[in-house]
Design a binder for this molecule. Structure first.
Ligand code: MCN
Length: 792
């Protein structure tokens, strides 16, 4: 009997390689490549008057220098806008190399290609640029004031205003017995993967093919950008994604300048070219997120039931909008979480600033939305003097109300409908896990001892598994091993393991016999990418469908070979056997041989294919009308996104003197439908919580008024270390299967980070008796807040 793998805590197959230092990242490839260094703007806002590259040209080891004037054809046009939206009336994207103006510190102006990185960096230092410095627009207050403009032709720095509404929220609020208003601020942060961006390109002049290795979340997205920018057919561009040291959103779908410049140089020079981003470059020229101001108005009854909710958001997009409006759309549409206010209106304003661009970072707009909603829930509870979980409960969508239509439009343009969930049960589980009901007594006891402790809660939903499609190719080799490929890429989520688990069960093979390849356009040319917690739902489903196709075919072939009825067959451990007929069996590897047109006869005695028998019509192994080969390529396209959900609680202690914040307990209840691998899901949640701790308590992009990033290094950007992240995070699962896909799964990859800021605000507020309206709140900010409060 094959051991069941779906749902099991199978150890990750990829870890052995990583732990032994055998991961292969882009920078490990192409030792013979030329190296790139990029001259980046030192000014947040300036006109480029002149660029002098002459001092670089005869420098030993320099092979080429590019500025905007060297770009031709589509390369001389701005980079594409990934997802247009009718409300994005003032979309602006950057040029691969700045044309005549720079709009953030770090924007690429010139690229040097040299024999090594040292020479390339030295050369960059010798290029002189004359600038006419312009007043920078830094932060949302400056963008909203619009005394200066980032783009001359964008009035008010306003790229878009967009509204979704289910009715007249302000009228409903006006009629409500109680009303509150909140002003909130979630600061700009970033995901900082360990490996920065990276690209290697090689032009195969003899075959007219471009080979690119990219540290990306989407090989096909990079291929599309390169082909369109360099005027190549998609078919001659191969993009391969080796191991990726974290993506967290920043390596997602829209093209980066270097991703098209490096292949351009490789083609022009006829030599491989490599770009490896360093840490400072990552801080100032990749992407940031969060960065919102929010105004909430809410009307509610005596029980805390929301009667009307109106939210207005100002979203800082940075200098350009390559990605479209996805982040603020997600904020405004998924802000409601597990609740069902009868009337809701949300408006966001997308604003330009002279800072690094803002694109999705794990959670992608949801942490900000959850912050607004959960701060509102806590405010209602405080106003009414009620328990915070009680107020949440009365607003929950009930289990019998699924599928629940929020009356909003999701970012993919489809109606936003929750497919499954059980929020009351989830809350009960969380309260038991964290000890919610027992906590007030503990708080009072500790308070009597002079200790300040508080408990916080945060609830969320997460639309996952967004379309349009993903594919899976599965082939049983003649050895009996199963090769699986899917086009999306992997950055540490354990895809090799979970996809092998799915195949093991669906096909009936040993888990150890399945090998999974991701992110290689040569193997799977049709794919989208890894973002929006979609791999499990999308590729998992496609791979399951492919495994089912291969299984059907294997059974047909085996029925033929064993002269049995398909219904009497079973597959286990890679062998098809006739139920109740010991010895009547054939291995899948043998069937793979038999299904080859250059066929071998099946030897009944040895149960092996040994005899070469081309052209023997009696031994046709492939039943008529069936294609040869034991393989299938199938695609999965969801009707709409599936909604995962979760609730977190934290107990914190704050030092009465130093305001140091210590985490005493962190508890999570999570519902991602059927779990493929609980251990991997828990790992994803733990990682997400660690990032969430950073976002809630420490991490921010500290720009000064000139638009200079003050903390563009790991010396100054405060990431939580093992000393700050809770050593145990209690996780409990709730499995409400999704009816939308063949495996009943929902995504899990972003969940851990989504409610953290809200949960910590709730807990610190509880410990301190202060009102918290901005995130992050570091110990020093808490200290200041106390003093302000004492002084007021
Ligand atoms: N899983 C499961 N059962 C489920 C759902 C998921 O076992 N019901 C498993 C999946 O099979 C997968 C993992 O959990 O191994 C995450 O699955 P999924 O939710 O589909 O997310 P993706 O695989 O699409 O990963 C993307 C997601 C996102 S959007 C970000 S950002 C993020 C994240 O994953 N970036 C990461 N987790 C990361 N983890 C690492 N190590 N590095 C990153 O860059």
């Amino acid at each position: 009997m094959t051991t069941k793998r779906f749902g099991e805590r199978v150890a990750r197959v990829e870890d052995e390689r990583f732990l032994r230092g055998r991961g292969r990242y882009v920078d490990d490839l192409a030792a013979d490549a030329l190296h790139v260094a990029v001259l980046r703007s030192p000014h947040a806002h300036a006109r480029i008057v002149d660029i002098d590259v002459d001092p670089v040209l005869d420098l030993d080891g320099v092979v080429a220098v590019y500025t905007y004037d060297d770009l031709t054809g589509a390369m001389a046009e701005p980079l594409p806008l990934l997802i247009p939206h009718p409300d994005l009336t003032q979309g602006r994207t950057q040029y691969a190399l700045a044309k005549d103006q720079v709009n953030y510190v770090g924007e690429a102006i010139a690229m040097v290609v040299a024999v090594d990185r040292y020479v390339a960096e030295d050369a960059v230092g010798r290029i002189t640029v004359s600038y006419e410095v312009l007043p920078p627009v830094v932060g949302l207050d400056a963008a909203r004031a619009a005394r200066d403009l980032v783009h001359d032709d964008v009035p008010g720095n306003l790229a878009a205003t967009s509204t979704q509404a289910t009715g007249d929220a302000m009228a409903a609020i006006a009629r409500a017995p109680h009303r509150l208003a909140l002003d909130l601020d979630v600061e700009r942060s970033a995901c900082t993967p360990l490996e920065g961006r990276g690209t290697v390109a090689r032009w195969d002049v003899d075959n007219g093919r471009l080979e690119v290795w990219s540290s990306t979340q989407t090989s096909t997205g990079v291929r599309a950008a390169i082909a369109s920018k360099l005027g190549l057919d998609l078919a001659v561009v191969d993009v391969i994604t080796p191991d990726v040291g974290g993506g967290f959103g920043v390596k997602v779908v829209h093209p980066w300048p270097e991703e098209v410049l490096v292949p351009m140089a490789a083609m022009a020079l006829g030599r491989p070219v490599k770009f490896t981003e360093d840490r400072r470059e990552h801080f100032v020229s990749a992407a940031h997120e969060r960065a919102q101001q929010q105004h909430v108005e809410v009307g509610f009854d005596d029980d805390g039931r929301i009667l009307g909710l109106d939210v207005e958001i100002w979203h800082d997009h940075g200098a350009y909008i390559p990605y479209g409006l996805i982040v603020p759309i997600i904020t405004t549409t998924q802000l409601l979480g597990p609740y069902k206010p009868p009337v809701y209106k949300a408006t966001f304003h997308s604003l330009y600033t002279n800072t690094v661009i803002v694109t999705p970072y794990r959670g992608a707009g949801r942490p900000q939305g959850v912050y607004a909603m959960e701060r509102t829930m806590d405010a209602i509870a405080a106003y009414l003097g009620k328990d915070r979980t009680e107020v949440r409960s009365v607003n929950f969508i009930q289990p019998d109300e699924f599928p629940y239509d929020q009356g909003l439009i999701f970012q993919d343009g489809k109606p936003l409908i929750y497919d499954s969930g059980d929020f009351p049960q989830m809350l009960d589980k969380l309260k038991a896990l964290v000890g919610w009901d027992e906590f007030p007594a503990l708080r009072e006891t500790l308070r009597a001892e002079g200790r300040r402790v508080g408990i916080g809660i945060g609830c969320y939903v997460e639309g996952t598994g967004v379309g349009p499609y993903e594919g899976g190719h599965l082939q049983v080799e003649t050895t009996g091993k199963v090769k699986v490929s899917t086009g999306l890429t992997t950055q540490g989520q354990g895809h090799q393991t979970v996809f092998a688990q799915i195949v093991a069960d669906e096909l009936g093979v040993r888990f150890e016999d399945v090998e999974v390849v991701t992110g290689d356009t040569r193997r799977m040319p049709y794919a989208v990418g890894t973002y929006a917690s979609r791999a499990a739902v999308m590729s998992g489903s496609a791979i399951a469908l492919a495994a089912r196709s291969v299984r059907r075919k294997a059974l047909e072939l085996a029925a033929d070979a064993l002269e049995a009825n398909v219904d009497d067959l079973e597959i286990a451990d890679g062998v098809v056997s006739v139920r109740g007929a010991p010895g009547a069996q054939v291995a899948l590897g043998t069937l793979a041989v038999l299904s080859n047109p250059l066929r071998y006869a099946f030897d009944e005695a040895s149960k092996a294919a040994t005899q070469f028998s081309v052209g023997d019509p009696d031994k046709v192994p492939v039943p008529e009308g069936t294609s040869p080969g034991l393989e299938s390529r199938d695609f999965y396209s969801p009707p709409r996104s599936t909604f995962a959900s979760g609730m977190h609680a934290v107990i914190v202690e704050t030092d009465p003197d130093t305001a140091e914040i210590t985490i005493l307990k962190y508890a999570v209840v999570h519902d991602c439908g059927r779990l493929i691998n609980p251990m991997i899901v828990e790992g994803q949640i733990h990682g997400g919580v660690a990032q969430g701790v950073g976002g809630a308590l420490y991490e921010r992009m500290a720009y000064d008024e000139h638009g200079q990033l003050q903390n563009a290094s790991f010396m100054d950007f405060l990431m939580p270390y093992v000393t700050e992240v809770p050593h145990t995070i209690d996780v409990d699962h709730l499995e409400t299967p999704s009816p939308l896909n063949p495996l009943g799964i929902k995504g899990a990859g972003e969940a851990g980070v989504i409610p953290s800021a809200a949960v910590f605000a709730s807990a610190i507020e509880d410990a301190e008796g202060l009102t918290i309206t901005r995130m992050p709140i570091s110990p020093s900010e808490l200290y200041d807040l106390r003093r302000m409060h004492a002084g007021s």
